[in-house]
Every structure is written in structure tokens, then in C-alpha cells.
Design a protein around this ligand. Structure first.
Ligand code: GLC
Length: 654
């Protein structure tokens, strides 16, 4: 858009750029900057326009974008151009991800590089390497307390190792996802250290207060994230004699984005990692980016503006790089992190589908899909050119963040239903095979979340202990059922390392003082590669799960209807145990896939004729694309065995 004020400012900024910047060939950079400058200027002005140094800050912002563009390699610039031409590339069904901790998965970055063959064996082509940056030696929130945003933790490797891993992955067409922890730093970060030493400019990077007056005002409306281990949202710092905002742990200092220098520093860091070869940047805890008294300090409008600004700036320097929003918030809030408009107000192309994840676990505990159906129906439409990250487990706890109104619609009382779920997964009921533990129990509000590995929550740990083959089978089927839904729902399925091998809880964390009070460590495993070899031995649990997933991934990649073009229709089957939806090929008529999952321990039936025309699928010709078999059918009644799923189509997979 051409607008005089921003355009003349742009001209002025370009005149003020350092001579060495002006000399470079910046043609692509300038066209993109011209295209986005109106938006960048308006957003930056909205956030920081009151300041006397606004124009200097604007110049600095452009300098950062330009200097990172100059540093961007020719290969990455070519990739940017290729992705600009094929801008929907990430909506394809071809992508399947895995999130992992480098040390738990392979010791260090070189170990990880030596394991890329394993990703290919399974079919993984997007790897989320969780934080690898310098962090405190003791408790470090699993790397989410960063002490240096540009230096790899020596326990994990070096920047050089990371670059070579990125190259290795790129050679094999595997995307690399890296974290940028944008909301806070560790208290060992240089900025925090200098703030402690009394440097005002660094104190301005954080929310630091002389006394409790302002913190007390904030506390009136701010919830607690880690109520057991880090109650309250402020920590008294002895050396400064001041209070620091620490929403997460007391050693994680919240960055103050009302200071434009913080925004520019963090943008520079995002672009730095883009230039190291990250295809996707996971922006951590984005809901928390703006703090305002008398609010929960989550999902504030300015947090969205900051993300829009980050996106607009990143598009100028590294347009091929995508953002993932890690916003584990209420269902109606999550979709807002895609932005208001795919072009003029974009935020993150990808967002964690925390709602779907939690609803899946609800269906496991209740053995029915009532709330799952209800919750998905209430999920607001997401933008085109945006996609979900669908997952069953991750390194964090399971929060039961469903909408109260949805819980009521499904016929439950919100409080008692949530309590039931926590109890069911943490061993309060004799008939529950789950082996989870509570996390984040808040005695003041009654809230609680759940820790535990997928396999242990799905009953595999207890089944293996009892040696009951039927219970083992049920659990394996359930693990596959859950994955079949994240693979067919629409979006990028993100597996969690170890789940592909049925890894159960690791209780060792209790012996490590820096981890003992955080039960999330029970599901952050160290892969036992000898045990993993059992995936090659027919009939083992590892083989059944691994091969099941491998096949599912391979089949998913052949089904165009599984690409994410908002091409999903939920079907009302009248049978509460079933979760049923239709996916349609966005590029071809009459190429539909009917997905059915049975959460019950008994077989369930579905009368197909009652579902309407079913996109013209011929029942008699129907095949399950996963198994290649014809499903059990009596006339128009489909029978779905316990904990099983079907991907049904009358077309052969392409
Ligand atoms: C994100 C991470 C979580 C961490 C938190 C604070 O939610 O996933 O592990 O504790 O941010 O950084």
C-alpha cells in the first residue's frame, strides 16, 4: 500500500542506512520492504509512536532487517524465493513432524545428526529440536530459560554442530524447527546480569519495580502458571533490592515489549536463527507478550500486534520461514494467533492445536467423543493459509482448557468433569489403566493438569506390568487410534519422541534435585536405543507401534484430502463413542475420505445411510486406506472394532 507519511519515512530511513548496507544488492529486500513498510510502520507506531526516539528506533529496526538479509546465505535466499512461488507448501499432507529433546533423543547435536536415518525410516520430515541454547546448569525449565540467545549449550554441542545438522536435514528434505523463547530470559542472561548490576537500560528490558505496589496490582488479576513451584508472578531480587516479573519460574524474567529495544533485539534473534537454517521458528509462550494491569496479562491485543510486526519484518528478510505460535490458551483465543487476515494481518502460519489434544484425552477417559465433537464444532474457523500442529503428547503437561460451555453442552458439570479427568489419569480409579501424575495443582482455584507419557496414560505401562496380552493390545490400539486422528484431522501431525516406540514414564527425574518438583520430566525420556531395536522384531510392542505409525505416515502422504484447506466436515453419527469426519480433496471432486474412530472398549456400529450422501462414497467399494482392507459392513452398517479407526474411501490411494 502507498501511503505518503510512511513512504517518506521509508525514503528518509533508506538515506540514513549505513553506507556498507547501501552498497549491497538488496533488490529483493527493497521490494519486500516496500510492500510491508506501511504495515510495519503502522504497527511500530501503534506500539511505540509516543516515544521521542521513535524515528531512531524505526531506523534501527530497518538496519536489523537489512543486516540479517545481507547475512542470509544464497541457498536460503533461493529457498525463500521458491517458497514465495509456492506459498501454500506447508498445507500439504506430505509433512509429518517430531518434537524432541536433543540430549534425551541422541545425547548431543552430533548424535542427532547421526540419527537422521531414523526419521526417514519412520517418515518424519519436520524435526522440532527443543531448546538447545545456553541455560542455567541447575533448573532451567527444560531449556526454556535461555541465558544466551545465540550460543548453543556446551552440553549439547556448538553452533557449528547445529549448522551442520541443519545442512544434513536440508539435504534430505527434512524441515528444521527451532525455538525462540520470546517471552523471557533466564536470570543468568547478560541483560539480567547487567540489570542486577544496576544498569538502567537493562533494567528497562524487564518489568522491575522498587516495591510491591505495582506487583500487587498486577497480582489481583494474574493467574499462576506454576502454582506449586513458583507461586506468584514476581520475584524479589536481593542484589537489586527490587521485584522482577517472573510469570513462569522465579529464574525466568519476563521481557518488557513496551520497550522497542526489546522488540528489535528479539527480532534480530529470530532472524539470526532463520539464518542458521531454521525453516520454522517456534515462538514460545506468545500469549504472554504484553502485560497490562487489571488483566490476566494473556492474549492482550498488543501481543497480537507484536506478532504481526514480527511476521511482517520476517517476511522482508526471510519470507520462507514460518512461525509456530505456542499459545496454550482457551479455544477461542488460540485461532487468533493465526492473525486476523492471511495477508494484511498475519501472525503465525502454524499454531499448536491444544484444544484438539486435550479433547482427545477427554475421549480416552470417557470412552466417548461427546465433548470432542462439541469442542471441535465450537472451534472458530481458522484463516486460510494457516495450519494446525496436531499432537497427542508433547514435553508439557496436559491442560484441560476446554470451554466450560462446551463441557456443559456435552452434559457434564465443568468442575467435576475436570476433576474426574485428572483423577482418571492419575490413578484414582481402579478401572483406569492410566499412570499419570498431577501437575500444576492449584489449591486456591482447584485447577490441576496432568503429566505422563502417552504410553503410560494410554495404559501400556500397567498392561506390560500385568502381562495381560489383551490389555497390551488395547493400549497399542489406543495409541494408534490417537495418532490416526492427528494424522487425518488437517494440519501437521507432530509426534513426540519416544511415543513411536511406546516409551513409558521415566521416574528417574525424582532423583535429580533440579527436576524432582516438576513431574513433566516423567515424560521427557532418554531413548534406550537397544530397546528401540525391538521395533525390528515382529510382534513386540515397539514393532507394532512403530510399524503402525510408519504405515500411517506413508499412507497419509498419499491422501490429498488430508492436506489442510479447511476441507473437513464433522459428521453427527448419533453414536457418542465415535468421532467421525469427512475430508475432501481440495483439488478434485468426489475424492473424499471418511475418518471414523471408536473410543469405546466395545465394537460400535454406524449406519452410513443416515450420514447423508457422504460425498458420493460408494459403500460397497469402500476400503480402509490404512490397512488396505474392506471394513466390516452389514448392508449399510459399518462395524468399528474397539479402539480402532478407519480411513475409508472408494478411491485407491494415489
Ligand atoms: C512453554 C514451554 C514450556 C515452558 C514455558 C515457559 O510453554 O512449552 O515447557 O515451561 O513455555 O518457557
Amino acid at each position: 500500500m502507498y501511503e505518503q507519511i510512511s513512504h517518506s519515512l521509508l525514503n528518509q530511513i533508506l538515506d540514513e542506512l549505513k553506507p556498507e548496507t547501501r552498497k549491497r544488492d538488496l533488490r529483493h529486500f527493497y521490494t519486500r520492504l516496500g510492500a510491508n513498510f506501511y504495515a510495519i510502520h503502522s504497527l511500530f507506531h501503534h506500539l511505540y509512536g509516543e516515544r521521542d526516539d521513535f524515528e531512531q528506533q524505526m531506523v534501527r529496526l530497518v538496519e536489523v532487517m537489512a543486516s540479517q538479509y545481507i547475512k542470509r546465505s544464497a541457498a536460503l535466499k533461493d529457498m525463500d524465493s521458491a517458497r514465495e512461488k509456492d506459498h501454500n507448501w506447508f498445507l500439504s499432507q506430505k509433512w509429518v513432524g517430531m518434537a524432541l529433546y536433543t540430549d534425551g533423543f541422541a545425547g548431543d547435536l552430533n548424535g542427532l545428526a547421526s540419527k537422521v536415518g531414523y526419521f526417514q525410516e519412520l517418515g518424519i520430515n519436520m524435526v522440532h529440536v527443543m531448546p538447545i541454547l545456553k541455560c542455567p546448569k541447575g533448573a532451567g525449565d527444560g531449556g526454556y530459560a535461555v541465558s544466551d540467545f545465540r550460543d548453543v549449550d556446551e552440553r549439547i554441542g556448538t553452533l557449528e554442530d547445529l549448522r551442520s545438522l541443519a545442512g544434513e536435514l536440508r539435504k534430505r528434505d527434512i524441515l528444521l524447527t527451532l525455538d525462540v523463547v520470546v517471552n523471557h530470559t533466564s536470570d543468568e542472561h547478560e541483560w539480567a546480569q547487567r540489570a542486577r548490576a544496576g544498569e538502567q537500560t537493562c533494567q528497562d528490558y524487564y518489568y522491575i519495580f522498587d516495591n510491591r505496589d505495582v506487583p500487587d496490582m498486577f497480582e489481583e488479576t494474574m493467574p499462576e502458571i506454576f502454582p506449586e513451584t513458583a507461586p506468584g508472578n514476581f520475584t524479589y531480587d536481593e542484589s537489586m533490592g527490587k521485584w522482577v516479573m517472573t510469570v513462569f519460574n522465579n529464574y525466568q524474567w519476563d521481557l518488557n515489549y513496551s520497550n522497542p529495544t526489546v522488540f528489535i533485539e528479539m527480532l534480530d534473534i529470530i532472524l539470526f536463527w532463520a539464518n542458521q537454517g531454521a525453516d520454522i521458528v517456534r515462538l514460545d509462550a506468545v500469549a504472554f507478550l504484553w502485560k497490562k494491569i487489571a488483566t490476566t496479562c494473556q492474549n492482550e491485543r498488543e501481543a497480537h500486534l507484536i506478532l504481526q510486526l514480527m511476521k511482517d519484518c520476517c517476511q522482508v528478510t526471510a519470507p520462507g520461514v514460518l512461525f509456530i505460535a505456542e499459545a496454550i490458551v482457551a479455544p477461542v483465543e488460540i485461532t487468533k494467533y493465526f492473525g486476523e487476515d492471511a495477508v494484511i494481518a498475519k501472525e503465525c502460519e502454524i499454531a499448536y492445536n491444544a484444544t484438539f489434544m486435550a479433547l482427545l484425552w477427554d475421549a480416552v477417559a470417557t470412552k466417548n467423543a461427546k465433548l470432542l465433537n462439541q469442542g471441535i464444532r465450537s472451534l472458530p474457523d481458522k484463516l486460510n493459509r494457516a495450519t494446525w500442529l496436531n499432537y497427542v503428547r508433547c514435553h508439557d503437561d496436559i491442560g484441560l482448557g476446554f470451554d466450560d460451555a462446551d463441557i456443559e453442552q456435552a452434559g457434564y458439570d465443568p468442575n467435576s468433569h475436570r476433576r474426574f479427568l485428572v483423577d482418571w489419569f492419575t490413578g484414582a480409579y481402579d478401572d483406569s489403566p492410566a499412570r499419570g501424575q498431577p501437575f500444576g495443582v492449584n489449591d486456591k482455584t482447584g485447577d490441576a493438569r496432568i503429566s505422563g507419557s502417552l504410553a503410560s496414560l494410554a495404559g501400556l505401562e500397567s498392561a506390560l506390568e500385568s502381562g495381560d496380552p489383551a490389555a497390551i493390545q488395547r493400549s497399542v490400539d489406543l495409541i494408534l487410534l490417537l495418532h490416526s486422528l492427528i494424522m487425518s484431522f488437517g494440519g501437521i501431525p507432530l509426534l513426540y519422541y519416544g511415543d513411536e516406540l511406546g516409551t513409558v514414564n521415566d521416574y528417574d527425574y525424582i532423583n535429580d534435585i533440579s527436576k524432582a518438583d516438576d513431574s513433566r520430566w516423567m515424560h521427557r525420556p532418554r531413548i534406550d536405543w537397544q530397546l528401540a531395536e525391538r521395533r525390528h522384531r515382529h510382534g513386540t510392542v515397539q514393532q507394532q507401534i512403530f510399524d503402525g505409525l510408519r504405515k500411517m505416515i506413508a499412507v497419509r502422504k498419499t491422501i490429498p484430502a488430508f492436506a489442510d484447506y479447511n476441507n473437513r466436515e464433522l459428521l453427527d453419527t448419533g453414536n457418542p463413542h465415535l468421532f467421525t469426519f469427512m475430508r475432501s480433496n481440495p483439488f478434485m471432486d468426489n475424492d473424499n475420505v471418511l475418518v471414523v474412530g471408536n473410543f469405546d472398549s466395545s465394537p460400535q456400529s454406524l449406519t452410513l445411510s443416515e450420514l447423508g450422501p457422504l460425498g458420493g462414497i460408494e459403500y460397497s467399494q469402500m476400503k480402509d486406506l490404512y490397512s488396505g482392507e474392506s471394513p466390516r459392513l452389514f448392508k449399510d452398517q459399518l462395524v468399528i472394532p474397539p479402539y480402532r479407526f478407519y480411513w475409508l474411501s472408494d478411491q485407491a490411494a494415489s
